[in-house]
Design a protein around this ligand. Structure first.
Ligand SMILES: Cc1ncc(COP(=O)(O)O)c(C=O)c1O
Length: 394
């Protein structure tokens, strides 16, 4: 008898992922279809990756056209898709130059090197980050994080890093010194439960720059690329960090990341000091260019408008089920519902009703759907979530 896909996965793949009980056959728009013919409404979006949904025709044709030309030649060569995407990024973000990577963690690692070089020249050897932050699974990224679960028995980690309590202005003021090289922050924490930085906290960080001269790094890997209705989530705070780490949504489903810098940092790396074989892969960059173009042509506006509609509908659920929901979090289409119980339960109930979402930080139901969802998708989501919640109190 042929083994199940779950058994074959168990037999052959290291058991680091908790899989949903779904074997994917194909996916289109905001829907995923399993091998049993079931259709799922996708409010997970490949964990905030599929900005334009699945199988977007423009991404498919751009990728096919690039594959027909070349798939990989190495960063020894000038490649039009990289330059085009870099230009588009500069245009939409107002940042200076870009370094392309393949993932979020890689964007963080490159940024740590950049920040260290900048700091070492100025005798600044400390980097500050915050509790609840998530920056990736590599050693540098883990060193910026506090959650023991991600770090169990994996040390020693990088020295010269202090993780301070998020949104604690006093702790920040106490710990910032002339030796501070950089602050690394998610303006809206994704894995940390869609928690936003407070206005006061961000204001304090940026006020302290004048006295202590440090770099602010915004980790926009989850919250960036239009997800919150603006290109970067820090735009909601009217500030401009020096470095921005990007990944997830920018590749439209292909592995792509980026480090964006303001002009004053564009010469920190000299030739050969940093690099990656695949970073800026031309096929991924061709997809990325479509993502940026579509965002500029209405998709980002949709994220803002539909995000507001989703918030409005979630408010109604909050009023209807105050014993189950205690808070609505996030902006645009990066939303969280703080539940009064383990959010994993509601995620499982939603799967039974053919809706995909996930839990962040234990008690938060996270919604990061494709940025192209419409009102009908939201209505369907709310209708099914409403049924799950009703079931919970009955
Ligand atoms: C804010 C943030 N930073 C970094 C990462 C790591 O990205 P990757 O999984 O592509 O390495 C993630 C992934 O969830 C993230 O949400």
């Amino acid at each position: 008898m042929k083994k199940s896909i779950a058994a074959r996965e168990y037999d052959n793949i290291l058991q680091t992922y908790k899989r949903l009980p779904i074997a994917v056959d194909h996916a289109e728009g905001c829907r995923i279809y399993d091998t049993g013919g079931n259709e799922y409404l996708d409010f997970l979006g490949g964990i905030a990756v599929n900005a334009l949904g699945h199988s977007h025709p423009k991404i498919i044709s751009a990728v096919k056209a690039q594959i027909d030309k070349y798939m990989h030649v190495s960063n020894y060569f000038y490649q039009e898709p990289q330059i085009e995407l870099a230009e588009a990024l500069k245009n939409i973000s107002g940042y200076g130059k870009v370094f392309f990577t393949n993932s979020g963690a890689e964007s963080i690692e490159g940024t740590l090197k950049l920040v260290r070089r900048w700091g070492n020249k100025r005798k600044k050897n400390t980097i500050l980050s915050f509790t609840g932050g998530f920056h990736g699974r590599t050693m540098g990224a883990l060193s910026l994080m506090d959650k023991p679960h991600y770090k169990a028995d994996m040390g020693p980690f990088l020295s010269g890093i202090k993780v301070l309590p998020y949104n604690d202005t006093d702790a920040l003021k106490k710990n910032i010194t002339d030796e501070t090289a950089a602050i690394v922050i998610e303006f809206i924490q994704g894995e940390g439960g869609i928690s936003s930085a407070s206005e006061e906290f961000i204001k304090t960080i940026f006020e302290l720059i004048e006295k202590y001269n440090f770099i602010v790094v915004a980790d926009e890997i989850q919250s960036g690329v239009g997800r919150t209705g603006k290109f970067f989530s820090f735009e909601h705070f009217n500030v401009k960090p020096d470095v921005v780490t990007v990944a997830k949504g920018i590749g439209g489903g292909l592995p792509l990341g980026a480090i964006l810098t303001l002009d004053h940092l564009s010469d920190i790396f000299e030739s050969g000091m940093h690099g990656t074989t695949y970073g800026g892969n031309p096929v991924a960059c061709a997809a990325g260019k479509v993502v940026i173009d579509e965002l500029a042509n209405g998709v980002m506006e949709n994220a803002e408008n539909i995000g507001q509609y989703l918030e409005y509908e979630l408010q109604k659920l909050l009023l209807k089920f105050p014993s189950l929901i205690s808070e609505i979090r996030g902006k645009g289409l990066m939303r969280g519902l703080l539940m009064t119980f383990d959010a994993g339960e509601i995620v499982a109930d939603l799967i039974k009703r053919k809706v995909l979402s996930n839990a962040a930080s234990g008690t938060v139901l996270r919604m990061v759907p494709p940025l192209i969802i419409n009102k009908q998708d939201v209505d369907l989501f709310i209708e099914r979530l409403d049924k799950c919640l009703k079931e919970k109190i009955s």
